[in-house]
Design a protein around this ligand. Structure first.
Ligand code: GUN
Length: 296
């Protein structure tokens, strides 16, 4: 059996079109333009590329975008001061501080300094709490919310399904497990969170109707860990050396793609699915922040 590929780009475009239409309506009916500030500290090339694509998408969908580029040597105090200014800027509805941050910066303290009502990344403890409580006034982190939308919009039945999430990170694994186990339409899944210390990982994974893989190890999920017909969402992105290509490396996911695709019912390729979905959900969260700020 060959798995059906989940077309993440098309699904991201669908969400972006919905966001653009709603942004246009807010502008016309309420003279309101949602605004996103993206803060980048230092010059990590991968982070620069992510930030540039967020900028571009804001422009495409009609959102206001503000870039704040800070030198690698920026102190904790300077960064907290800048976040505090953004918290009070009326044209800014969402604030994203690109991770990873340089070593002198305490990332948790930075995320906690963002006004929770502008925390479109969903990393502030208040929004983590709201997600755990199922409070819809919070912000769900973009990649996990993107995984949920991918499942819904590609027609995967989540309700009552056995979901195994591989990985328990603050950014992906843990929030994905909270979203999919919520008592809500298109959720209500039976979720198991497995990780590097789990025993009998193969048996656990083989019990899954849906596998969400975010363990951070290239090609970790092997075909024998997948029940025939299962849905596999690969959230990993890893550089592996490959001297046969010009760049000297290739990007691969956390799933051993070809053999797993031969076993699975549906699967996401890497790269090209989760990245566009994360940005689409970031735009949607910024729109939500602007609407909530204005009571709309
Ligand atoms: N770095 C990689 N992914 C993300 C993300 O979703 N948000 C932020 N702030 N930084 C990231």
């Amino acid at each position: 059996m060959a798995a059906e590929l989940i077309d993440g780009k098309a699904i991201a475009e669908q969400i972006n079109a919905e966001t653009a239409a709603e942004v246009a309506r807010l502008k016309a009916e309420h003279q309101l333009t949602p605004g996103l500030a993206v803060v980048l500290v230092g010059d990590n090339p991968a982070s620069q590329a992510y930030v540039a694509s967020k900028d571009k998408m804001c422009t495409r969908l009609g959102l206001h975008s503000k870039r704040v580029n800070l030198p690698a040597g920026t102190s904790q105090g300077e960064l907290l001061g800048i976040i505090n200014d953004l918290n009070f800027q009326r044209t800014i509805h969402g604030i994203l501080v690109q991770s990873p941050l340089p070593n002198q910066i305490d990332e948790a303290q930075v995320f906690a300094a963002i006004d929770p009502s502008k925390d479109v990344d969903g990393f502030h403890p208040l929004n983590v709490g709201k997600l755990a409580l199922g409070d819809p006034t919070g912000f769900a982190p973009c990649t996990p919310a993107g995984v949920h939308e991918l499942l819904i919009r590609s027609g995967v039945a989540v309700e009552g399904a056995n979901v195994v999430v591989l990985g328990r990170s603050r950014i992906v694994g843990r929030p994905v497990s909270l979203i999919l186990s919520q008592k809500a339409k298109n959720a209500n899944a039976t979720v198991t969170v497995a990780h590097s210390r789990s025993r009998n990982l193969t048996a656990i994974c083989r019990s899954a109707d849906i596998l969400v893989v975010a363990i951070g190890v290239a090609r970790f999920l092997k075909a024998e860990m997948v029940r025939p017909g299962a849905v596999v969402i690969d959230v990993g992105i890893n550089r592996v050396e490959d001297s046969t290509v010009a760049k000297g490396y290739r990007l691969v996911g956390d799933v051993d793609f070809e053999p797993v695709a031969a076993m699975a019912g549906k699967i996401t390729p890497v790269p090209g699915v989760v990245g566009p979905m994360t940005i689409a959900l970031l735009m949607r969260n910024t729109l939500k922040a602007a609407k909530m700020r204005h009571g709309l």
